[in-house]
Write a protein that binds this ligand. Structure first.
Ligand SMILES: C[S@@+](CC[C@H](N)C(=O)[O-])C[C@H]1O[C@@H](n2cnc3c(N)ncnc32)[C@H](O)[C@@H]1O
Length: 279
């Protein structure tokens, strides 16, 4: 029935079509709730495209959370820059009812989707909108990332993660986010964060044209893919990130799992993965 309605939408002008799709998605979510569906439907295609595609990488990251950061069922978890729930969905069965998940993101529609699709059936999964400025994702946001206090008390999480978020933050904002991670983790708590880290090897590979995308030459401690919208894709100097980690009261678990984003032949994943621990 919903499928037929979706096909009928194709003959309508684009804006009407988009509104119609959102309405159908809402009907679908109501239906899921009423029918007691135990899985979460995939978000609208443009939302998945907006986070860079690859809905299925959530499963791979759940493996990273477990294998690299020892995530356990029942723990309290923070997903900073949660997008449209790509990481949250596989966590639902894993964390279980004793676990607690908090996600926040700067795109209102993504947060609204997660609140409608997930929270009513799994109330231990909660989502918060933060109206933070980002030239790529939220250019009208009034709040600066570098001044944003995560909306949780200190010491409230066992595990925090930021997947593909530091790759969209300018260096001072990234340092501030690391400090906030340090604040909200319990002593001994762990974090997993992904980056494009600039070091001798990655700079050399990118400069030789081996990277999966191009980067302009360094401007201080970072390089960007687009000068007009730096936040579209930012690589940060590894030494700068290490300093910010120490200043945040965190320690870096070695080895860093370097990714193949820069054309590295034996990358662990796409982005570089860091495991951090609160001292
Ligand atoms: C590539 S998407 C990744 C989303 C999600 N972490 C995932 O892996 O599915 C980048 C996300 O970072 C969010 N973002 C950008 N700047 C942010 C900030 N200052 N605080 C929180 N989220 C931010 C964007 O809105 C977007 O959802």
């Amino acid at each position: 029935m919903l499928g037929l309605a979706r096909s009928a939408l194709r003959v309508l002008p684009v804006p009407v079509r988009r509104e119609g799709r959102h309405l159908l998605n809402r009907v679908g979510l109501w239906w899921d709730r009423a029918a007691g569906r135990t899985t979460v439907r995939r978000p609208p295609a443009e939302f998945v495209t907006g986070i860079g595609g690859g809905w299925e990488v959530g499963d791979a990251f759940l493996r990273h959370f477990r294998n690299l950061a020892d995530l356990k069922p029942g723990e309290a978890v923070l997903d900073a820059g949660c997008g449209v729930g790509r990481m949250a969905v596989p966590l639902i069965p894993y964390l279980g009812p004793a676990g607690r998940y908090e996600g926040f993101d700067i795109i209102r529609d993504y947060v609204r989707w997660c609140r409608r699709a997930i929270t009513p059936r799994w109330p231990n999964f909660r989502f918060t909108h933060a109206d933070i400025f980002n030239r790529e994702y939220n250019p009208r946001g009034p709040v600066r990332a570098g001044e944003y206090r995560f909306p949780y008390p200190g010491g409230s999480f066992d595990f925090a993660f930021l997947t593909s978020v530091f790759t969209h933050l300018m260096p001072p904002d990234a340092a501030h986010y690391l400090a906030e991670v340090g604040r909200v983790l319990k002593p001994g708590g762990r974090a997993l964060a992904t980056f494009f880290l600039l070091n001798g090897e990655s700079n050399r590979l990118v400069d030789a044209g081996r990277g999966r995308f191009t980067l302009f030459p360094a401007e201080g401690v970072y390089r960007v893919h687009r000068r007009d919208i730096p936040e579209a894709c930012i690589a940060l100097d590894e030494g700068f990130v290490e300093g910010a980690i120490r200043a945040a009261g965190l320690t870096l678990d070695r080895p860093v799992r370097y990714g193949d984003w820069c054309g590295r032949p034996d990358g662990y994943d796409f982005q570089d993965i860091l495991i951090l621990r609160k001292r």
